[in-house]
Ligand binder design. Structure first.
Ligand code: ZN
Length: 709
């Protein structure tokens, strides 16, 4: 009797726990770290038991294995993702400690499922013979799951598996060591300037930051006006210092330190680079691939290494001449303004680029932000999406619980007024509790259960834009406007899905080098005249953005764009060579690979340069043999945008037709088909790099206008 009472009480507690089996509209207002911990522990146990049971008894059938396994993880995965959401929007020591405690358990649970040999064999059998799983979408889902399992070593024999696991552990350790060395090296250097003449050109905020750094380092009397100023290699200090400091000697010192970071002494990353490259090649070989690059590309949209190199060649040959002209113009500008040598050194480039930019397009961020009132920007952005994709967005804040008073809630309806999706928007910066940057997350994915009921997709967008002051709305900087459009692009792809299989509906299942297509596509509208006018109204006069300022914004976006393009190609090609072709007889060290690419893509560099030692994207992060993804997806998003320009952005019907096509393909199909298939279905042809070159102003403006008209 007593026992029964206790179980009833426990289930009463659980059923009242807002984190346990979270309802469609989560009760954010009732969330707490305690309830999260209790619920997730319970869900872990339930999921674990369900998985064990399934592993013992499941049959190789979609309905009897894939569906119940998904169900077994469903409540756990939503609870875990909402816990992370709370960490990023309402951070506190309590939330962090719950996450830290649970994380190892969650990781080992998902590893256990992902590496189960039994499930792997079931998936293979279902792919081959279950009649319920022979359609293209389910075949793609199964292939992805099977591939992920194989890449985690599930199909290897015992000895190989042991070596594979050791490699994985060692690679994890080396990546951490690489990043730590870089941090230590960055921290170890500083340059203290004491004379006011030595900080000539630095903006007031940079003087204040560097004086504060000097105070922290022991110069208690340091002030922004009188120094001393402590200059470090933190990017937030280094980048603006290189742009603004008139002290050429200090710029050279900092530059030399910057490009040789972590290349000597106790924090030397060079031996780690050799090891990382060798181990990644070995790991790829064990899994049956020719190179680490082939392994990376097997999971991506780019078909093979050759296609990636072709992209580099095409973009470089179109940009080389334009870059030479940009650099010639920059040198002429510098010489006309007091520079007395024949050539700009690498530590001169940012400085003179910034002076040229000021001269050509001189408008201030503040002047521009007077035109971008948040409510107006939001309305213009929603109007655009409504026109292009034939939907209706209506604010329903107050109808559902939220995690902060700033958060807004919206419902999305189709052309026949059917409710099809919803999303939250958390716009403003809250430095004390909210993670920096901007992101979009999927809270719910569109899916149809066996009884035919559909769960509608639900997204969340979080930004960190300027807060409203008193009765004035948030005035957005241009960068905040483009960020909002970017995240909205991700959200639109998630909520406009037409797919009922949750593993590939919305943003799920999209290849890494294709996930930014929808987001960058939306960003491009920020530089389209009608859109920019429709989202602008001066905070005092109410006037829309003047033409003259619009022209400046577009030109300023493309200032030195060919130079930037060549730099990205240099970085991408170096990454690809290291993981696809190194080692080879023509190169004795990874540094040789870098030097060859610097020559090939005209990238200026000093002999002592060891920047690979700080290329954390590809040695300490997830971008190895994947750095090209930035350019890859930009080409596709620019080409999608060009489809709208070609059909005429002023023609409402043409816009709607093009939008409908995009909604039915790229936006609607998401991860359910190979991205190239979705792209071709939209565009009716292969991607064309010229759209990106036009958008970046690398090929002539005249061409650009012709296409636009
Ligand atoms: Zn993005």
């Amino acid at each position: 009797m007593a026992f029964r009472l206790v179980t009833n009480y426990a289930s009463y507690i659980m059923n009242n726990n807002p984190f346990y089996r979270i309802p469609y509209y989560p009760e954010f207002n009732r969330f707490s770290p305690d309830t999260a911990e209790m619920a997730i522990q319970m869900l872990l146990k339930e999921s674990h038991d369900a998985v064990e049971q399934l592993e013992r008894s499941c049959k190789p059938l979609w309905q009897e294995m894939v569906v119940p396994l998904y169900e077994a993880e469903r409540h756990l995965s939503i609870a875990w993702s909402l816990l992370h959401h709370m960490l990023s929007v309402a951070n506190s020591a309590e939330w962090r400690s719950v996450e830290e405690e649970l994380q190892p358990k969650i990781i080992s649970f998902y590893q256990r499922v992902g590496q189960s040999k039994r499930f792997y064999e079931m998936y293979c059998a279902i792919r081959n013979s279950d009649e319920d799983a022979q359609d293209a979408v389910r075949q793609r889902i199964l292939s992805k799951i099977i591939q992920a399992a194989e890449h985690s070593g599930v199909a290897l024999d015992v000895n190989q598996q042991m070596e594979f696991n050791e490699l994985e552990t060692e690679l994890g350790r080396l990546a951490t060591k690489f990043n730590n060395n870089l941090l230590d090296a960055r921290k170890a250097f500083s340059l203290t300037l004491t004379d006011v003449g030595e900080v000539a050109g630095l903006p007031a905020d940079l003087r204040a930051i560097t004086a504060a750094a000097a105070r922290d380092a022991g110069s208690s009397a340091a002030t922004a006006d009188n120094g001393p100023w402590r200059i470090t290699l933190d990017y937030a200090v280094y980048a603006p210092f290189m742009k603004h400091s008139q002290n050429r000697e200090a710029r050279e010192t900092l530059y030399r330190q910057h490009v040789t970071l972590a290349s000597h002494g106790t924090a030397d990353n060079q031996p780690l680079i050799d090891k990382i490259l060798a181990l990644k090649q070995r790991k790829a070989a064990i899994l049956g691939f020719q190179s680490a690059a082939e392994l990376s590309l097997s999971r991506k949209m780019a078909p093979d290494v050759a296609a990636v190199y072709k992209l580099f060649d095409d973009l470089a040959s179109a940009s080389r001449q334009a870059m030479a002209e940009e650099q010639r113009g920059l040198l002429e500008f510098a010489c006309a303004n007091g520079f007395e040598e024949d050539a700009l050194q690498p530590w001169d480039l940012s400085f003179w680029a910034e002076r040229q930019h000021e001269r050509l397009y001189g408008y201030s961020e503040e002047e521009l932000s007077q035109y971008f009132q948040f409510p107006k920007v939001l309305k213009g952005m929603f109007d655009l999406a409504e026109r292009i994709f034939n939907i209706k967005i209506s604010e329903s804040s107050g109808e559902v619980p939220v995690w902060h008073d700033d958060v807004r809630f919206y419902k999305v309806f189709d052309q026949d007024d059917n409710y099809i999706a919803c999303f939250y928007l958390d716009p403003y910066s809250r430095p004390a509790t909210k993670q920096g940057g901007a992101w979009m997350n999927d809270f719910r994915t569109r899916e149809r259960s066996s009884d035919g009921a559909v769960q509608l997709p639900m997204a969340v967008m979080c930004c960190n834009q300027s807060v409203p002051i008193e009765d004035q709305p948030s005035l957005m900087r241009m960068g905040e406007v483009t960020t909002l459009f970017h995240e909205f692009g991700h959200a639109l792809q998630h909520i406009l899905t037409s797919i009922d299989e949750p593993m590939v509906s919305g943003i799920n299942g999209i290849e890494w080098d294709a996930v930014e297509i929808a987001s960058q596509f939306m960003e491009n509208w920020c530089y389209e005249k009608n859109t920019l006018k429709s989202i602008s109204a001066h905070v005092v006069s109410g006037a829309e953005l003047p033409d003259e300022l619009f022209e400046k914004i577009v030109l300023s976006k493309n200032h030195l764009s060919a130079t930037a393009m060549m730099r990205q190609i240099f970085l991408s090609a170096t990454d690809m060579d290291l993981y696809a072709r190194y080692p080879a007889s023509k190169w004795s060290t990874p540094n040789d690979v870098k030097c060859e690419n610097a020559r090939k893509y005209d990238y200026p560099m000093i002999d002592d340069d060891r920047f690979l030692c700080s290329f954390a994207h590809i040695f300490g992060g997830g971008y190895s043999a994947g750095y090209y993804s930035y350019k890859w997806s930009e080409v596709l998003s620019a080409d999608c945008f060009a489809a709208f320009k070609e059909s005429g952005v002023d023609n409402a019907e043409a816009l709607r037709q093009t939008g409908l096509r995009m909604r039915e393909t790229i936006m609607g199909l998401g991860g359910s088909v190979p991205p190239m298939e979705a792209f071709k279905a939209f565009r009716g042809r292969d991607p064309d790099i010229k759209s990106l070159l036009r958008l970046n102003g690398i090929v002539g403006r005249a061409v650009c206008e012709r296409v636009g008209s």
